[in-house]
Design a protein around this ligand. Structure first.
Ligand code: DLZ
Length: 166
């Protein structure tokens, strides 16, 4: 599958719910800030495009992707937001750090999702090099932040619909 097929067209086939009144927490890693700030921008723009008001978006920063786990868990249980988007970027280097951090944050975010009523969107790019990260944060492949935003809206909608049926 071409890389461009991974952009938002893959997750909009059932439409996108109206998102006014949804409260979104965004945790952004400062590592590779040039990438994560663009992902944040894409996510915020898309949230607002679908009706989330600026005042309902809470943005917090953490030092690195590994810290997304703690911060997302805290935000998820704070009662302040309906979904969390965890944004980071881990770029492969010469040492095994890539594997440890990528694996750690993936498993950490997955573990939160198993325990929390508030969904946490995995917004972490794991790339082989800076160019791949740039292509996915507003470059030729698009901005994955858009996809993270739509996923958050859809997961809130999923939870609300489920609650209505219970
Ligand atoms: C230490 C480290 C390294 C080497 N690389 C990255 C990276 O590519 N992306 C990222 O988000 N964070 C990196 N970090 C920092 C770790 O995520 C974490 O902040 C530190 O290990 C402290 O817990």
């Amino acid at each position: 599958m071409a890389s461009s097929m991974y952009n938002t067209e893959n997750i909009v086939s059932n439409g996108i719910p109206e998102a006014s009144g949804m409260r979104i927490g965004i945790v952004v890693s400062e590592w590779n800030d040039n990438i994560t700030s663009d992902l944040q921008k894409g996510a915020v723009e898309t949230l607002q495009k679908f009706g989330v008001s600026a005042g309902d978006i809470m943005i917090e920063h953490v030092p690195g992707s590994f810290e997304l786990i703690y911060a997302s868990a805290q935000l998820a249980k704070s009662g302040l937001v309906d979904a969390v988007i965890a944004i980071g970027c881990v770029i492969r280097g010469d040492t095994p750090h890539f594997d440890y951090i990528s694996s750690g944050v993936t498993q950490g975010i997955a573990a939160i999702n198993q325990q929390s009523d508030v969904p946490v969107v995995f917004g972490v790019l794991t790339t082989n090099n800076l160019q791949q990260a740039e292509e996915r944060s507003g470059g030729i492949i698009g901005n994955k932040g858009d996809e993270f935003a739509i996923t958050a809206i859809k997961m809130i909608d999923f939870y609300r619909n489920l609650r209505k049926k219970m």
